[in-house]
Design a protein around this ligand. Structure first.
Ligand code: NAD
Length: 294
């Protein structure tokens, strides 16, 4: 049995922490929200009064927080000063690469083993224990990190050293944002040219335009029954989350000097969608904005 401190029991963290408890580990949980703590207790976890208390006897510390500022301050104020030095520190939040590297460097300077391990898969995968983890860590620490993440995972892939898990996550999601907009533009153009949407799907899905956004997550209702487009774009991956990831990608591109003109355009378009009040809807609702329907 491993003693796990789990901090951040939101949409993603609550299911992830519950899967650690189900796997038989002792989970000491902390969140700023009282409701989240009460739910954790019902799921067999021990609620802690503070982050300091949660980490003090931990073998593994897992964080699932909104953004880089939350991770940086929690590490500096609670985790690094209070966790046992042999604890394994794993941050699963999606944050900027610089924050991930800073946190890992500070942890290593104090003798900790640390990893950035952001996830792909939404709340269904978090609840079902089928997330994909992209891990940035020292090679010699990976086996222990893999063991710690297993109850929450479908796949665990080491991307490289610290920060590369976050790099993989934002590059993947920038590609997804761009390919979704491209798919939406193609459907909108097909419509304006009098081409039937299902016919366009049947052709493009077997031609060189084929991509995940088209064949697994089609923004036009109908061709892919499980896609959020068939449910008024409810659930799925929120446009505001996509915007957050595109902003992280642009921030990383600015710092590293990499050219990402389409990433920049995607950020602007998702920014507009969110500004119009559709941040909570699935990101494939971009189709309706491009069709002039929003
Ligand atoms: P969320 O806002 O639902 O949960 C974050 C939780 O952290 C909240 O419960 C909040 O109270 C808690 N928190 C914030 N500061 C804290 C602190 N100092 N101490 C303790 N608790 C604190 O967010 P989420 O949807 O669970 O996402 C978490 C992370 O996972 C984000 O970085 C997000 O980008 C990433 N992510 C989300 C999804 C998704 O579909 N929701 C998918 C992949 C990755």
């Amino acid at each position: 049995m491993t003693r796990i401190a789990f901090i951040g029991l939101g949409n993603m963290g609550s299911g992830m922490a519950a899967n650690q408890a189900k796997a038989g580990h002792q989970v000491v949980a902390f969140d700023l929200s009282r409701e989240a703590l009460a739910k954790a207790q019902e799921q067999g976890m021990k609620p802690a009064a503070s982050a300091h208390e949660a980490v003090k006897d931990a073998d593994v510390v897992i964080t699932m927080l909104p953004a880089g500022e939350h991770v940086r301050s929690l590490y500096a104020e609670a985790i690094l000063p209070n966790a046992p030095k042999d604890a394994l520190l794993i941050d699963c939040s999606t944050i900027d690469v610089d924050s991930a590297r800073t946190v890992a460097r500070d942890a290593a300077m104090q003798g900790f083993r640390a990893a950035d391990a952001p996830v792909s898969g939404g709340t269904a995968a978090a609840n079902g224990g089928s997330l994909t983890f992209m891990v940035g860590c020292r090679e010699q620490d990976f086996a222990d990190i893999e063991t710690a993440l297993k109850p929450m995972a479908k796949a665990i892939i080491r991307a490289g050293d610290s920060g590369t898990g976050q790099a993989a996550k934002i590059c993947n999601n920038m590609l997804l944002g761009i390919s979704m907009i491209g798919t939406c533009e193609a459907f909108a153009l097909a419509e304006s040219l009098g081409l039937d949407a299902q016919k366009f799907y049947d052709i493009a899905s077997k031609a060189s335009g084929q991509c995940w956004s088209l064949t697994s997550y089609c923004p036009w209702p109908g061709p892919v029954p499980a896609a959020p487009s068939n449910r008024e774009y409810e659930g799925g991956f929120a446009a505001a989350m996509m915007l957050k990831d595109l902003k992280l990608a642009q921030q990383a591109a600015d710092t590293s000097g990499a050219p990402t003109p389409l990433g920049g355009a995607a950020e602007a378009l998702y920014g507009e969608l969110v500004q119009r009040g559709f941040g909570n809807r699935d990101f494939s609702i971009m189709l309706q904005m491009l069709r002039g329907q929003l």
